[in-house]
Design a protein around this ligand. Structure first.
Ligand code: GLA
Length: 639
């Protein structure tokens, strides 16, 4: 469409679909109006999930230069760096104080001797130069508030910031521009993790504040209550850091890791601000904690894509339930992280790593699954509390499947062509990515036996069910969730709950705390039901609340979009009608009539030849209820 007519066309479309036309000069943008383009920032880094090593799970605050450089050397010597493990990240514990007068941060040179400079100053430049010379990248840690997590949770640490109240304010708050310039321009770091304890645990009445003489910070995050969390304020603070990082890195070669532990509705906005965002509280080396962290990210498949990843936290392979005596568990943890495009950050003292663990991190085929350039997070094809089957689309027409036994009983699993979205009558081959061996081809289904807590992971080849295209639920990395229709964030109840890591069973048990329930899902409704319209179930499609907008990039130059659309049978709002719209580069291509609960699915198809961005919009047409309408784009595909 010629540019001149675009505005006129938008108005005509607005009139056609019942949106009030802008009366004044500066109308508030209707978030459901098609953007006409892919609106996520095209990031240069983290096109695949970040990989490397972090000091935290291995050493907590007792990090030092020998330990970090020892890990770096091992990454290089073992070949892990060649596989992509290049970020070497210092977590909490590195700082000494913020210098009074000019506010410059000083490094604890007792543990980072190469940082020592004359006159009491310090610089990480020799350290980052060393890492860069090894072909590695350097990461550092800070906090969005004034004080860091260790200053509340690791009070016995020998490496806590020292000095007056002001000197111990080592976090970014009030110093964003200065600190980011220091970390990136002067010290040469490439990666920054920004924690959030400073805006969470230093409330005026918190005992830790009085006991340690900290300046109080009225919390912006209440981890137990999304309603008491100031989501916009948290987002704005992180956006300020992102803007400073952009200024300090004109080449775009940096990574920003958001660490709000799944709180502050970061699921919704993390992708606009950072390259990865934590989806849960900290992982610990316990099987059930791993389940918890995995669950917090595994249902967020549409929120991750190249340059923007769900982060269920760093790997704990090598410790506790995942140590060298528990290789089944360790392999499961690793395979699951690979499947859901989690960052692969090793958290082990690599200097004395046994071969059995190196073989896990170093499994090139599984790393390849994680690093597949398509960036499609695995989709859950089968889910119970006992067994899950996850399927991930890979480049070159291949797929990966992980069959995961969550429990302590052996399991027999039927893996079907249908779950893999492969043709039922054609042979399917599975190559075991742990052993490298191929199994005999099967058609229709095969049976797999799993030991307790085992995860089998295979590369899959077979004829596709949709021969000439892709279901959108197979390519979540090409879909940007611009609006997911959630009006009031709700906590996600499907995350595994474990016995409290610090509190034991003294409290009332772990309650869900991560907002995200009701978000867009692949092959399921937003509330984890089977997709179903007018009594007919669909195993493929997108489940999303009405008042939503998805952007789909048509990188493979498909020619047609197709779906069967309708109000999902699981909706609690059975009163309101919804219309479905398909746009191509901002132009209306197809729309449904208003559909009601119980009405048969409508066929929606559109010619998308030459279209770069397809947008899928749902709008509620009536207002009989405040409840959201659950809608289904069944069999949604581009071909
Ligand atoms: C928080 C983060 C952890 C780690 C510690 C450091 O708990 O979630 O990943 O960075 O702080 O104190």
């Amino acid at each position: 469409m010629p540019l001149l007519t675009r505005a006129a066309a938008t108005l005509a479309i607005a009139a056609a679909i019942g949106v009030a036309s802008p009366a004044c000069a500066e109308p508030k943008r209707d978030p459901l109006t098609p953007a006409g383009r892919w609106t996520l920032p095209e990031r240069k880094t983290a096109r695949t999930p970040p990989m490397g090593w972090s000091s935290w799970n291995a050493f907590r605050t007792e990090v030092d230069e020998d330990k970090v450089l020892g890990a770096a050397q091992k990454l290089v010597d073992s070949g892990l760096a060649r596989l992509g493990y290049v970020y070497v990240n210092i977590d909490d514990g590195w700082w000494l104080k913020r210098r009074t007068g000019d506010g410059r941060l000083l490094i604890r040179t007792r543990i980072f001797p190469s940082a020592e400079r004359k006159g009491g100053d310090s610089s990480f430049r020799p350290f980052t130069d060393r890492l860069h010379a090894m072909g590695l990248k350097a990461g550092l840690y800070s906090d969005i508030g004034r004080n860091a997590c260790s200053q509340a949770y690791d009070l016995h640490s020998p490496n806590l910031p020292e000095g007056s109240t002001a000197e111990r304010e080592v976090g970014l708050h009030g110093h964003v521009e200065q600190d980011v310039a220091l970390f990136f321009r002067e010290w040469g770091f490439d990666y920054l993790k920004v924690d959030a304890c400073g805006i969470n645990v230093y409330a005026p009445d918190a005992p830790v504040v009085a006991q340690n003489g900290y300046r109080p910070f009225a919390p912006l995050i209440d981890q137990a209550s999304i309603n008491r969390t100031d989501v916009d304020a948290v987002k704005a603070l992180y956006a300020e850091v992102a803007a400073a990082l952009d200024r300090a890195n004109s080449d775009g070669d940096y990574i920003l890791s958001l660490c709000t532990w799944g709180s502050a509705d970061v699921r919704r906005w993390g992708k606009q601000i950072g390259h990865l965002w934590r989806t849960s509280q900290d992982i610990t080396p316990n099987w059930t904690r791993m389940l918890h962290n995995f669950d917090s990210a595994a249902t967020r498949e549409f929120y991750a894509k190249p340059g923007a990843w769900n982060d269920p936290d760093m790997l704990f392979v090598g410790h506790g339930d995942f140590d060298e005596k528990h290789l089944t568990e360790a392999r499961s943890h690793f395979a699951l992280w690979a499947m859901i495009n989690a960052p692969l950050l090793i958290g082990y003292d690599l200097r004395d790593a046994p071969q059995s663990l190196l073989a896990i991190w170093g499994n090139a085929a599984i790393v390849g699954v994680n690093q597949d350039p398509g960036g499609h997070q695995a989709v859950i094809a089968y889910a119970t509390d006992d067994v899950q089957i996850l399927v991930k689309t890979l480049a070159g027409g291949r797929k990966a499947v992980a069959v995961f036994n969550r429990g302590l009983a052996a399991a027999e699993v039927n893996l079907t062509a249908k779950q893999l979205k492969l043709a039922e009558g054609s042979p399917i081959t599975l190559r075991d990515l742990w052993s490298g061996t191929a199994r005999a081809p099967f058609t229709g289904e095969t049976t797999l036996k799993l030991a307790p807590r085992e995860t089998l992971i295979f590369e899959v080849r077979g004829e596709r069910r949709l021969k000439d295209g892709m279901y959108l639920s197979e390519i979540p990395g090409d879909v940007n969730v611009a609006e997911d229709g959630i009006v009031a964030p709700e906590v996600d109840p499907v995350v595994h709950r474990m016995i409290g890591q610090w509190s034991g069973t003294r409290d009332t048990g772990e309650r869900p705390v991560y907002a995200g329930w009701g978000g867009v899902r692949a092959d399921a409704t937003p509330y984890d039901q089977t997709l179903q319209i007018a009594g007919k179930p669909y195993d493929t499609g997108i489940g999303i609340l009405a008042q939503s907008r998805l952007e789909v990039r048509n990188t493979a130059r498909h020619r047609r979009f197709e779906a069967l659309v309708g109000v999902d049978d699981s909706t609690r709002n059975t009163r309101d009608r919804v219309r479905f719209f398909v746009y191509g580069d901002g132009r209306l291509l197809a729309s449904s009539t208003p559909v009601a609960f119980g009405a048969a699915a409508q066929n929606l198809s559109a010619d998308i030849r030459g279209v770069r961005t397809v947008e899928l919009v749902t709008r509620t047409q009536t207002h009989g209820s405040d409840l959201p309408v659950v809608t289904t784009w069944a069999n949604a595909a581009v071909r």
